[in-house]
Design a protein around this ligand. Structure first.
Ligand code: GBH
Length: 492
């Protein structure tokens, strides 16, 4: 009886079927209107460092001084996007990007940092860029501050001087006024952790302060947080009613995995010092995380300081700061293992204050950047941590990417990296995270700060030996085009 035997036959053959045919691959579909974009930053791509009246900023000074960057390279020309922005927009268009994240060079439009020095030609560049983007149906996402502070403001103390808050407000007002009818998505700061730690504590980034790692980072962050809140309120009151846009901030966070299951407190503390430092004031209660307050107070007392090295907000300030972000911008690249480590009280430093030790799992693949291990599941954990800790906000992934040294067009490892992180972002959405978009770092190979041109993150190659700075699509650019066309990818 063939008809009776058929089920039996199937049952016998079924176990072999999965070995003969590849498993049906499920498709990771993203929500409708999910944003797919790429990011850059002014100093890293624009070049034209002294064109059309632009003033000098801290990265011009830092690179020209020598001794801070691999091969003493500079951003003087970089990708020359100041002149080649139309070509850049065509690259974006050919991939089908929905948004482009760029930053505005403060000293291009306010050469001495103050409103009195307004430079129309500098502003015209951003009007042209924004027109080119919107004319090609690409949503502009503008970052006001991606580390290139006008030098005269640095000479006055930069982010250590409270007066920076009103200078930043003046600068933001001019940007909102001139660009706000077309730019509806704004970020005040990029990675304040880096501004205040790498630049004012570690000294790797401009202006390169490393003599006061136990005080400067905290003072920098205190003013920076207030500057963010001030600009959010400015937009909220003056511009939101007519422009209907959104203002957020981008925070960078590594996932901190407890090295030992019984040491979750150390990992939590580490997350507080990296992410909570800014996220707790802005998204929770206007104040620093309790673990930070306790830790720095305890250390400061043991060190003989009259008061904690961590400054305090007044209750008015806390009310003013709390709730000042319309979405949660996050840059995520990598993960670290964290364990408790009791530091000697002699160490007066933001890092020592944490009493933690960070390591890596030797099985994690590493990129060209020494700090960048490929740990895709960290993405899912970070997004869920933000959901649970910060009140389930809309999350925009504003950077994620991977480096090599060669800038080769055949960048399979980059496709693999993005694909696996995107898969984890997809899972986070199933977990309930409200992720609204993803932004790859970067559109182009570019000036990677202290690493110069030695580490390349682009989905397009740039030939830095050629004065014309020609661009070429890497394989990852084609892969992104498919991803965006399908609004998702097949499970691998
Ligand atoms: C982002 O920083 C930046 O927003 C972007 O401008 C940058 O190009 C991109 O990522 C790629 O790096 O060498 O151990 O001292 C990411 C955060 C901060 C990570 C500095 C590397 C140096 C670590 N980066 N950090 S170490």
């Amino acid at each position: 009886m063939p008809s009776a035997r058929l089920p039996l036959l199937l049952a016998l053959l079924l176990p072999f079927a999965s070995t003969c045919f590849p498993k049906q691959r499920r498709f990771q579909k993203f929500p409708e209107n999910f944003l797919w974009g790429t990011a850059t930053a002014s100093y890293q791509v624009e070049g034209a460092w002294n064109a059309d009246g632009k003033g000098v900023n801290v990265w011009d000074t830092f690179t020209h001084e020598g001794g801070h960057v691999v091969n003493n390279e500079t951003g003087d020309v970089a990708c020359d996007s100041y002149h080649k922005y139309k070509e850049d927009v065509q690259l974006m268009k050919s991939i089908g990007l929905s948004h482009y994240r760029f930053s505005i060079s403060w000293s291009r439009i306010l050469p001495d940092g103050t409103a009195a020095s307004y430079n129309e030609k500098g502003m015209q560049y951003y009007r042209d860029l924004v027109d080119e983007l919107t004319g090609n149906n690409i949503i502009p996402l503008a970052t006001l501050y991606h580390w290139d502070l006008p030098q005269p403001l640095q000479d006055a103390g930069g982010w250590l001087n409270e007066s920076i808050i009103s200078y930043f407000e003046d600068y933001a007002r001019i940007c909102f006024q001139e660009l706000g009818s077309k730019v509806k998505l704004w970020l005040t700061h990029n990675e304040p952790f880096e501004t205040c730690w790498s630049a004012y504590g570690l000294g790797e980034d401009a202006p390169g302060y490393s003599d006061h790692p136990g005080t400067y980072p905290y003072q920098c962050a205190h003013n920076l947080i207030k500057s963010h809140a001030t600009v959010w309120h400015l937009y909220n009151i003056r511009y939101r009613p007519s422009h209907h846009g959104k203002v957020g901030i981008t925070l960078n966070v590594e996932w901190k995995e407890p090295k030992y299951a019984n040491q979750t407190a150390a990992a939590d503390r580490s997350l507080d010092f990296m992410l909570g430092w800014f996220a707790n004031p802005i998204y929770v209660n206007g104040n620093y995380p309790q673990s930070m307050i306790d830790q720095v107070a305890m250390k400061s007392a043991a060190q003989g300081f009259k008061e904690s090295r961590l400054p305090t907000f007044t209750s008015d300030e806390m009310n003013y700061i709390r709730g000042t972000s319309d979405f949660f911008g996050v840059n995520h690249y990598t993960t670290r293992l964290v364990e408790h480590h009791q530091n000697s009280p002699e160490l007066v430093s933001f890092v020592a204050d944490q009493d933690t030790l960070e390591t890596f799992d030797p099985t994690w693949p590493r990129a060209a950047s020494l700090w960048l291990y490929e740990v895709p599941w960290g993405m899912r954990k970070v997004l869920n941590y933000i959901r649970v800790t910060y009140g389930n906000p809309d999350i925009l992934v504003t950077e994620n990417g991977v480096s090599d040294h060669s800038g080769s067009l055949n960048d399979q490892f980059r496709i693999q990296y993005h694909s696996s992180y995107i898969a984890n972002m997809h899972q986070a959405i199933q977990d309930g995270c409200k992720v609204i978009g993803y932004t790859a770092w970067s559109l182009l190979d570019n000036f990677e700060w202290a690493l110069g041109y030695s580490e390349k993150f682009g989905i397009h190659q740039v030939n830095f030996m050629d004065p014309a700075r020609p661009r070429k699509a890497k394989m990852s650019a084609g892969w992104f085009r498919e991803l965006i066309k399908n609004n998702g990818q097949a499970e691998s």
